[in-house]
Write a protein that binds this ligand. Structure first.
Ligand SMILES: [Zn+2]
Length: 377
């Protein structure tokens, strides 16, 4: 048996190859493996260890050890493909993890990786006293020569996507303001695209989002300050929006918000408003939660929040399957249950088109025709 779907259809109508094994899934829903659009395998939840301590104090081997556990938890939760958006100071460890998964050394989803990610000088963290040069969570580069070199270097070292921070919270009052100029962003996209790599931008301010879209990035992450105008522009250009609702929800709770008993802080309300604006503008919505900020394997949290913030459950499911396959340029391989596609299949108890939380009850995980988890009698 190969790694692709030989045929798909109702019982009795789809041809059954001789010797095929039958798995009964009564009362369950069979669907394509989930595709997570925004993860950090090399991070673990900030309430365990703050981000700065992970970047500065954790030995690389320890970070990789955490990541190995995270990759397995992710696959067992039904996520069979994942775009990992930056190692946050762990160098090119994502490239090695990807290969270890491909070669069967460890369990995990198929990965698309972005290695170190690119930031403008002065913008990123951690920051110590100005006299000290601390190692950063991403690779700084500026201007024509440096950006060209760094984009090419990351591609050469294994980046499937180039990630750029189009803004960061480095304004005079700690607000998100643009980092790179329009020319710099244009250059990044041109160099990456000519090497066959799409570009993804971190951006929360409307101006950085606008510049990133005009430069030709293919997805925008966070978008907390997104306006109806910029979401419409994204819709017109087919730029996907990964709202990372679950990360903001988690971080706000780590900072002391008692969800359910206390009123929603401004940050959460802004997130609801911007997500609503994106839905209304017809922006293609990605399933991308920034998992790693909260526990790996808890990816469904993002889908639950997308529904809580106004998306229909079936649209959230499409975001996590065929829509994300399209964003990743993998629609001929992944995201649907269809003849010829890779056999990435999961089954869950109940009906996730009615309640996405059914995705928490995963009973079958198959990746490329290999079963990693199956129903017990
Ligand atoms: Zn992230």
């Amino acid at each position: 048996m190969g790694d692709r779907i030989a045929s798909a259809g109702p019982v009795g109508r789809a041809p059954l190859p001789a010797g095929a094994r039958i798995i009964e899934l009564t009362g369950m829903t069979l669907l394509p493996g989930l595709i997570e659009g925004h993860s950090h395998l090399l991070l673990h939840p900030y309430d365990e260890t703050p981000w700065t301590s992970q970047v500065l104090n954790e030995p690389l081997a320890m970070r990789v050890a955490y990541a190995v556990r995270a990759a397995e938890a992710t696959l067992m939760a039904g996520v069979t493909t994942m775009r990992d958006l930056g190692t946050e100071g762990a160098g090119y460890a994502d490239v090695g993890l990807k290969r270890a998964i491909e070669e069967g050394v460890i369990a995990g989803p198929r990965l698309l990786v972005s290695t170190r990610a690119i930031v403008a000088t002065g913008s990123y963290q951690p920051k110590g006293a100005p006299e000290h040069e601390l190692p950063l969570g991403a690779e700084p580069a500026d201007g024509v020569d440096e950006l060209t070199r760094v984009v090419r270097d990351q591609m050469g070292k294994g980046a499937d996507w180039i990630k750029v921070y189009a803004d960061y919270r480095w304004g005079p009052a700690g607000e998100a303001l643009p980092t790179f100029t329009q020319d710099e962003l244009n250059l990044i996209v041109r160099v990456a695209n000519s090497g066959g790599r799409p570009v993804v931008a971190h951006a929360s301010s409307p101006e950085a989002m606008r510049r990133a879209v005009l430069a030709g990035v293919e997805s925008i992450e966070h978008g907390d300050g997104g306006t109806p105008e910029v979401f419409r522009l994204m819709g017109e250009r087919g730029v996907a929006f990964c709202p990372t609702i679950a990360a903001g929800d988690a971080v706000t709770q780590y900072a002391g918000w008692q969800k359910g008993t206390e009123p929603e802080p401004g940050r959460i309300q802004r997130k609801r408003d911007s997500f609503r604006a994106a839905l209304d503008a017809g922006t293609p919505i990605c399933f991308g939660g920034d998992v790693g900020v909260y526990p790996h394997g808890d990816n469904v949290r993002e889908l639950e929040l997308m529904v809580e913030y106004g998306m229909a459950p079936v649209d959230a499911l499409l975001a996590a399957t065929s829509r994300n396959a399209l964003m990743l340029h993998l629609e001929e391989d992944l995201g649907s249950v269809r003849q010829g596609l890779l056999a990435d299949l999961i089954a869950v108890r109940g009906d996730p088109t009615q309640d996405v939380s059914a995705l928490r009850d995963v009973v079958l995980v198959m990746k490329g025709g290999v079963i990693w988890r199956e129903p017990r009698d």
